[in-house]
Design a binder for this molecule. Structure first.
Ligand code: ZN
Ligand code: ZN
Length: 366
């Protein structure tokens, strides 16, 4: 580095921990001669915060189904940056940052809307043009990462209460997404809900719904996941290889569920959801369908039964704050979802555990 640049860098931040070692990160990189992106362990210099930014020393970062989809090139909703369920400790604070200091335990939201455009004012904040334009740099699977000024200024960084473990706190983002989708479906106490997909977000939905007094059916094609979901108290397990709509109807006096939340990107799960809800019921597409997913579904069924299809993408601070509150009260219960933890250097094993279905939630640590 040139001397001038290093002087500039020195003055760009005001407080920071000393980081002498190179910083390890797992980022997506194209393989030589291939379009496919591979998670790759890289080493780089410790990031320094510019004005208004903070640097976070990662303590835990959940591996999300969408991270796996990004690796497979199937993800369609945003840029291929992996790791958005990261929590840690503030290690450096840029000029102008007054709300945070080094040592603070934080959850920084990776995407933050402007809260002022037409879409935000209409309640579609996660559709805001700004929402997907900001991100953690180089992503959450990094020993240290930079949180952009935008995210801080718009209130996208939350402080984690002292008693909460980082593993549990890494559930704030995915749980926030579940809070949002339940809100979109306007589910009330006593409603019956099919949660299609017994992965981490399926089980998180179920645990939130049970607490609200909903009757929950949870389906999956994996016996192991269903067993884990049942052990976690997520509801009545239904084998997704069987006739799910029939089972849900017979469990609801022939009516069908009030709502189905499809916590899986699979077309089969979406169809089962559509066919399991009652007349006038809602289906929420929560899992991300792969690019090019086409449903073989007769729309007249939707119309004749006045069913509604809604979707829910992401979460904003209202949702993550609600999730933080839930985790503050029920941290031990939700913390049981984290079944596996791997360091960055064993990222491949983390991916294998998450993709193979042997794990519930997989968390990556430094
Ligand atoms: Zn996620
Ligand atoms: Zn907006």
């Amino acid at each position: 580095m040139e001397r001038g640049a290093s002087v500039l860098r020195f003055f760009a931040y005001i407080r920071r921990e000393e980081v002498d070692e190179p910083v390890k990160s797992v980022v997506l990189k194209p393989r030589r001669g291939e379009a496919r992106l591979e998670p790759t362990l890289v080493e780089s210099e410790a990031p320094a915060p510019a004005t208004g930014e903070i640097i976070v020393r990662m303590a835990a970062c959940g591996l999300c189904g969408t991270d796996l989809e990004k690796m497979r090139g199937e993800y369609t909703a945003s840029m291929p940056v992996i790791g958005h369920e990261a929590v840690g400790t503030v290690s450096a604070v840029g000029r102008g940052v007054t709300e945070f200091r080094t040592g603070d335990r934080v959850f920084p939201h990776h995407h933050v809307p402007d809260y002022s455009c037409y879409l935000c004012r209409k309640g579609n904040e996660t559709m805001c043009d700004h929402y997907r334009s900001s991100n953690l740099d180089p992503g959450g699977f990094s020993e240290y990462f930079r949180v952009p000024r935008w995210n801080l200024e718009k209130g996208g960084v939350l402080k984690i209460p002292g008693k909460m473990t980082f593993e549990t706190a890494s559930l704030i983002e995915p749980l926030g997404c579940c809070v949002r989708s339940i809100g979109k479906c306007a589910i009330g106490p006593g409603d019956s809900v099919l949660v299609a997909g017994a992965g981490p977000v399926g089980v998180m939905h179920a645990l939130l719904l049970k607490e609200m007094g909903s009757r929950v059916f949870i389906s999956d094609i994996s016996d192991h996941r269903l067993k884990m979901a049942e052990d976690l108290g997520a509801g009545e397990a239904v084998d997704a290889r069987s006739d799910v709509p029939e089972k849900v109807r017979s469990g609801t006096g022939g009516r069908g569920a009030d709502v189905a939340i499809v916590a899986s990107g699979s077309r089969g799960a979406i169809l089962q959801g559509l066919r399991s809800v009652r007349k006038g019921g809602k289906v929420c597409i929560f899992g991300v369908p792969a690019r090019g997913s086409v449903l073989d579904y007769d729309i007249s069924e939707l119309y004749n039964a006045e069913r509604e299809a809604v979707t829910s993408y992401g979460a904003v601070e209202e949702d993550t704050k609600a999730a933080l509150k839930v985790l503050s009260a029920r941290g031990a219960e939700f913390g049981r979802l984290v079944t596996h933890s791997f360091p960055l250097t064993r990222f491949d094993e983390a991916v294998e555990a998450a993709a193979g279905g042997a794990a519930m939630k997989v968390v990556v640590t430094p």
